[in-house]
Design a protein around this ligand. Structure first.
Ligand code: Q7Y
Ligand code: ZN
Length: 597
């Protein structure tokens, strides 16, 4: 099962025709440099090339009003003066005689991607499109966007394939308010967005982009906003929001399809975002979403304006979709205080809607609002002495070349167990190599002195033991909560060069949970995972090999509440360890005062 790539040069054939400082960064080269980088890195060739199509009127009307569509239809025939005037009724967007054609192709590309994934032609894919979509609204163009490509794709997928639940992950640095408005009261579409906010001082400066806009009526709880109130957010900030908000909720939601508003203005060097996350973080964000919905993931380009950082980020995303192991994430030193505060706020705003967040720390509402005002004033004062460097001066190392391992998974099997398709079988050698044995002994003794690591390990083992006492898969949700909120952040911060995964007989972990665990852990150590199983566990070989080969793990179904006693153990452990392991933190130091149950 392959990865689709959708691109058409036609979408480079419109540009800004007058002077407008707000719009000058949205250039055709965004698309050409991204596509050329995919070719240069040998990635385009490995993808299934899928043609674009024009979205039909019926497709566009799934999200937009007839009046708006009819107005946009007239733009190809307008004079320059008419176009300028037409543009004036909207915010931060420009029109061109060819933009209506391109906007139909951009939305159509998203629909082609959904069709390719839903019919099983490919497992996942990415569409490189212009104009972007997530800011456009039912009756308005906005923020370089004409039609809301991803919102149209979500409605189309629900209608054509009868999907019950669609997850939209918007990792662009701007709030996709158009997507939020479209699905605000709709519980069948879960919209997650993080965005530069700075206490409402950053574009589009909307009150409803804050963490307390959680959705309306039946859709309450299905809109998740993570405001970044400072610039310079780093890899740790992004990963901690994935581990402590998005992933637990996404697994509980159990989507049939994942759509990504894949904007890369959230990467370092971008003049709009001013964030500091490295392009290779997108390998991890992608990887972490690839075991949801049985691997059905469609990424559609939104923003990204630094012509060096953008193609690097696009390549990291596509290479991960193709199944290559992610690079080891660098300098994960824990989230900053402002990110922790956002994390705390979002988790508390959603604790009533999601059982995975039931135990999250509360935040008295009056304290939040006064805090917002207080912080905004404080920042105003600080901004007087502005001495930050422009994003064009930012430098960062080029992401390391990623290799496609010649053998994805090798097995050493006992006699009589067939080697699953796609794996290489290695014979067990009779005699141990004395050099290796000595090395092992030395290393083992050295590691045994590392009390800190031992304490951590023994805590983890006792937790796993506790969970093992539950028979069958009755506590998949508690197990998953431990994996997402504890093991994954610990693993990321520890940055191992090898993951050793031991499966005990009768562990009580069912195949699908085991495959999720194996799949998620392959984001660490460049995917170097060694699984040890006992000879008796012959039936576990095939599912394990499948996970090691990078097949998407089967979905776990909608999860019930984890057992209170498991949550309690887990939370106690997280609190004990979070002094040493910053990625386990979920509350800001001065507001965090222990979780309330
Ligand atoms: C839209 C966007 C979509 C000058 C301020 C201009 C432009 C906002 C439009 C951004 N620094 N603001 O990027 S992904
Ligand atoms: Zn953006």
């Amino acid at each position: 099962m392959g990865t689709a790539l959708i691109y058409d040069e036609e979408m480079t054939r419109y540009k800004l025709l007058w002077v407008d400082p707000a719009c000058k960064i949205e250039v055709p080269e965004r698309l050409t440099v991204s596509h050329e980088a995919l070719i240069k890195n040998g990635l385009a060739d490995r993808c299934v090339s899928v043609p674009v199509r024009e979205a039909t009127d019926a497709d566009i009307l799934l999200v937009h009003s007839e009046e708006y569509l009819e107005a946009v239809k007239k733009t190809p025939y307008m004079t320059l003066e008419d176009l300028k005037e037409f543009t004036l009724q909207y915010g931060d967007v420009y029109f061109h005689p060819n933009i209506y054609h391109c906007a139909k192709l951009a939305a159509g590309a998203a629909l082609q991607l959904v069709d390719s994934v839903m019919t099983g032609k490919v497992r996942n894919g990415m569409a490189l499109v212009r104009p972007p979509g997530h800011h456009s609204m039912s009756s308005a163009a906005n923020g370089f966007c004409v039609f809301n490509n991803v919102a149209i794709a979500a409605q189309y997928a629900k209608q054509k394939y009868g999907l019950k639940r669609v997850l939209i992950v918007d990792w662009d640095v701007h709030h996709g308010q158009g997507v939020q408005y479209c699905f605000e009261d709709d519980p069948s579409v879960l919209y997650f967005s993080w965005h530069r906010y700075e206490h409402q001082k950053f574009w589009p400066q909307l009150r409803e982009s804050d963490y307390d806009s959680v959705g309306k009526e039946k859709g309450a709880g299905f809109n998740i906003n993570v405001p970044w109130n400072k610039v310079g957010m780093k890899n740790s900030d992004y990963l901690s929001v994935f581990c402590h908000v998005l992933l637990p909720v996404a697994y509980e939601f159990c989507p049939d399809l994942v759509l990504v508003c894949a904007g890369f203005d959230s990467a370092i060097g971008d003049p709009e975002g001013e964030m500091c996350a490295s392009p290779d973080i997108f390998a991890h964000l992608t990887h972490l979403l690839m075991n949801l919905a049985g691997g059905k993931l469609c990424a559609v380009l939104e923003g990204g304006y630094n012509l060096t950082s953008l193609p690097q980020s696009v390549c990291q995303t596509v290479q991960t979709l193709l199944g290559d192991p992610a690079p080891r994430p660098a300098n994960l030193d824990g989230p900053c205080e402002s990110a922790l505060e956002s994390l705390h706020c979002v988790r508390s705003a959603h604790r009533q809607y999601w059982s995975c967040l039931k135990h999250a720390a509360k935040l008295p509402t009056f304290e939040i609002s006064t805090k917002r005002v207080k912080l905004a004033e404080e920042e105003e004062r600080l901004e007087k002495g502005d001495e930050e460097k422009s994003q064009e001066e930012q430098v960062w190392p080029e992401p390391p070349k990623r290799v496609t391992p010649p053998i994805r998974a090798a097995l050493v099997l006992p006699n009589g167990v067939a080697c699953p398709d796609g794996c290489e079988s290695f014979g067990a050698s009779e005699d141990a190599d004395p050099v290796i044995v000595n090395k092992l002994r030395e290393n083992f003794v050295k590691d045994a002195d590392d009390c800190h690591a031992l304490t951590t390990l023994s805590s983890l083992i006792s937790l796993v033991e506790k969970m093992e006492k539950n028979e069958g898969c009755s506590d998949a949700s508690g197990f998953l909560q431990a994996v997402l909120g504890l093991l994954l952040p610990l693993g990321y911060e520890y940055d191992p060069s090898l993951v050793l995964l031991v499966r005990m007989p009768d562990s009580g972990v069912c195949d699908s949970v085991w495959q999720q665990l194996t799949g998620l852990l392959q984001g660490l150590a460049q995917g170097h995972t060694l699984v040890l199983m006992q000879e008796g566990e012959k039936e576990r070989v095939a599912p394990t090999a499948s996970a090691l080969l990078g097949d998407a793990a089967p979905s776990l179904g909608q999860l019930h509440s984890p057992l209170p006693e498991d949550v309690e153990v887990l939370e106690r452990l997280r609190h004990r360890l979070q002094g040493d392991w910053k990625l386990l933190q979920t509350t800001a130091p001065e507001t965090g005062r222990g979780d309330e149950h």
